[in-house]
Design a protein around this ligand. Structure first.
Ligand SMILES: NC(=O)c1ccc[n+]([C@@H]2O[C@H](COP(=O)([O-])OP(=O)(O)OC[C@H]3O[C@@H](n4cnc5c(N)ncnc54)[C@H](OP(=O)(O)O)[C@@H]3O)[C@@H](O)[C@H]2O)c1
Length: 315
């Protein structure tokens, strides 16, 4: 009896916390605004996270949930938690080894498939026309899904051309709603454009306050390829969560360093996919739509750019 009461209290507390976060994050940006890529923005139905319209017309949430290193039971729990607090974009990849866990988390959340935007990525070992099609089906099966919202070539290596052709065909069958790239530099992106029948909608690259990637940023803006930030917090490297400059800006707006970082990505028009294993952080990271960094904040953050990767070991 006492256990039941306690569970009820915890459920009620959870509900109140979630409601207050959702209420706070419901201060939406005006609808129909244009982002730096010239894409039309609109709010998602029944979600507090605004969307961007990709170059093929598909709507994508502008803030999502990253799952690298969230494996097994932890992965399943985190994905279910993330969906329960309001995330709709879930980012995984074959190489993370957690597609089953992500699929289980989606199932556990009880959300209907059409409310979600699920991304996965083809690993380089599977590049090539035939192997790409087989690897895609394996990912789909592991995720227990009938289609993916977005499928990316994880890295620009090997038979990119053969894999892209396979992605184009899968896209045409409707098994993937949008196709894109990850870790392509401007030259590699330009090369793919020379033979692509179907343009990539997105390029997911490392970008955060310490690696602002202004050249790819400008190049993607010109080609209407949406930029998406992996490791939007530099995975905590370079002491980002105790950076004094970011803390000072946060104090000014009564926001945390994490929220300042995510708001900065949002104002640049970059989709961010922060990862967290903690429900409190997941919720905190959603409350970025009720304040605005001013020009001087943006200028100060521009000054934090070290113009180099924080992950040199990934080559
Ligand atoms: N395409 C690619 O090649 C590529 C490469 C890397 C990553 N990615 C994608 O990008 C996603 C995000 O990148 P990432 O996982 O490297 O790291 P990240 O999102 O930059 O940072 C994650 C770290 O931030 C901490 N954190 C999250 N919210 C916080 C908050 N509010 N306050 C304090 N700490 C907070 C997390 O700790 P807690 O767990 O304690 O909250 C975790 O240690 C990945 O999960 C993956 O989906 C793609």
């Amino acid at each position: 009896m006492e256990k039941n009461n306690q569970e009820n209290i915890i459920k009620r507390r959870d509900f109140l916390r979630i409601s207050s976060v959702l209420a706070a994050s419901a201060f939406l940006l005006p609808l129909g605004r244009t982002n730096v890529y010239g894409a039309i923005l609109s709010s998602q139905k029944k979600s507090s996270i605004p969307s961007v319209r990709l170059n093929n017309g598909v709507l994508m949430p502008r803030l999502g949930f990253g799952t690298n290193t969230l494996n097994g039971d932890v992965g399943e729990r985190c994905v279910a938690d993330a969906i329960s607090v309001g995330y709709r974009l879930i980012d995984t990849a074959h190489i993370y080894g957690n597609e089953e866990a992500v699929g289980a988390g989606i199932k556990k959340s009880g959300i209907s498939r059409d409310k979600l935007f699920v991304t996965s990525k083809l690993w380089v070992d599977d590049y090539g026309y035939e192997t790409t099609k087989a690897a895609f089906q394996t990912s789909l099966d592991k995720l227990q899904l009938e289609y993916l919202d977005l499928y990316l070539l994880h890295r620009p290596r090997g038979d990119v051309k053969g894999s892209w052709k396979a992605l184009e065909e899968l896209y045409e069958t409707g098994k993937i709603k949008a196709i894109g790239l990850s870790n392509f530099d401007p030259d590699q992106l330009a090369e793919l454009m020379t033979y692509a029948r179907i343009k990539p909608v997105i390029n997911q690259i490392e970008t955060h306050v310490f690696f602002q990637e202004n050249i790819p940023y400008a190049s993607m803006k010109n080609t209407v390829v949406q930029m998406e930030a992996w490791s939007p917090f530099a995975a905590g490297r370079n002491n980002i969560f105790s950076n004094e400059t970011l803390a000072t800006i946060g104090k000014k707006h009564n926001k945390s360093i994490a929220q300042v970082c995510l708001r900065w990505h949002f104002q640049r028009g970059v989709v961010a996919i922060p990862r967290s294993s903690q429900k409190a952080h997941m919720m905190e990271n959603l409350v970025i739509f009720d304040f605005e960094l001013d020009d001087s904040d943006m200028k100060t953050i521009a000054g934090l750019d070290l113009n180099r990767t924080q992950f040199p070991e990934w080559g």
